[in-house]
Design a protein around this ligand. Structure first.
Ligand SMILES: *Cc1c(COP(=O)(O)O)cnc(C)c1O
Length: 222
C-alpha cells in the first residue's frame, strides 16, 4: 500500500465498489497536498473530523476545494456551529436535538445533515442510541430548516470485520424503519457506514456511503 499513491488507492477502491455506493475520503490528519491528489483522481466527497483543521486545509487548497463536497464526520460542539456552517456541505454527526437546534437556528437556508447512531452503545463513541433515533429524526424534521439526509455510524472495532456484520445489519433495519418518516425535510437516502477495515461487509449489508482513510493514504502520522 505504501508504494502506491493516494490517487491510485482511491481509484482502486472506487473501481471495486458498486457504482451506487459513494466513497467518502476520510481526510483527518492529511495534508492539502494529499487531498489535492485524491481530488485530482476523482474524489468528490471529503470527510473531516475537526473544524480548525478543515479551515486550514481548505484555505491551502483554495478554489481546488470547491471540486468536492465537504462532510463533517467528527463530533461538533455547539459553540463551533458558526464556524462549521460555511465549511461543510453536510454535517453527518448530529446526535442531539440541542445540536440540531443550534445548527438550524444559525443556518441561512436548509442544512443537509445525517443522524449519527451509536450502534454498539459504546461509552467512547458519540451518537444517539438506535432506540432514540426515530424520535430525534421527528424532532429534527419539525425544525423546518434541516434536511435529514440519512444515518451515519461508526461500528465497534472488530478484529475480524465479519464480527461487525450484526451492527451493520442493525443499521440497515433501522434505516429501513426510518424510511417511514420520509418527507420534504427527511429524504433519508444515505446510509453512511464502513471504514478501511470493514467497508466490504458494510456494503454487503446495505451501506450506500463508505468512509475510507487509511486504505487511501496509509497509516496516519499525526
Ligand atoms: C477516521 C474515520 C474514518 C476512516 O477510518 P479509516 O479506518 O482510516 O478508514 C471513518 N469515519 C470516521 C468518523 C472517522 O473518524
Amino acid at each position: 500500500m505504501s508504494t502506491t499513491s493516494p490517487g491510485e488507492n482511491y481509484r482502486r477502491i472506487r473501481d471495486e465498489l458498486p457504482p451506487e455506493v459513494a466513497l467518502l475520503v476520510a481526510a483527518k490528519g492529511r495534508t492539502a497536498e494529499e487531498l489535492a491528489e485524491v481530488i485530482e483522481a476523482g474524489a468528490t466527497l471529503i470527510g473531516q473530523n475537526y473544524v480548525q483543521e478543515t479551515e486550514a486545509v481548505r484555505a491551502e487548497l483554495g478554489a481546488g476545494a470547491e471540486a468536492a463536497e465537504w462532510h463533517l464526520i467528527g463530533h461538533l460542539q455547539r459553540n463551533k456551529v458558526n464556524r462549521a456552517l460555511p465549511l461543510f456541505d453536510v454535517i453527518q454527526s448530529v446526535d442531539s436535538i440541542r445540536l440540531a437546534r443550534a445548527i438550524g437556528g444559525r443556518a441561512a437556508g436548509n442544512v443537509r445533515v445525517c443522524v449519527e447512531v451509536n450502534v454498539g452503545g459504546e461509552a467512547s463513541k458519540y451518537g444517539v442510541s438506535p432506540e432514540a433515533a426515530a424520535s430525534l429524526v421527528e424532532q429534527m424534521s419539525a425544525l423546518g430548516n434541516l434536511r435529514v439526509e440519512g444515518l451515519m455510524t461508526m461500528e465497534p472495532y472488530c478484529e475480524d470485520p465479519e464480527d461487525a456484520r450484526p451492527y451493520f445489519r442493525r443499521m440497515r433495519d433501522l434505516f429501513q424503519d426510518l424510511g417511514a418518516l420520509r418527507g420534504p425535510n427527511v429524504p433519508m437516502q444515505v446510509l453512511s457506514m464502513g471504514m478501511t477495515h470493514s467497508w466490504r461487509v458494510a456494503v454487503e449489508e446495505g451501506a450506500n456511503m463508505v468512509r475510507v482513510g487509511t486504505a487511501i493514504f496509509g497509516p496516519r502520522h499525526r
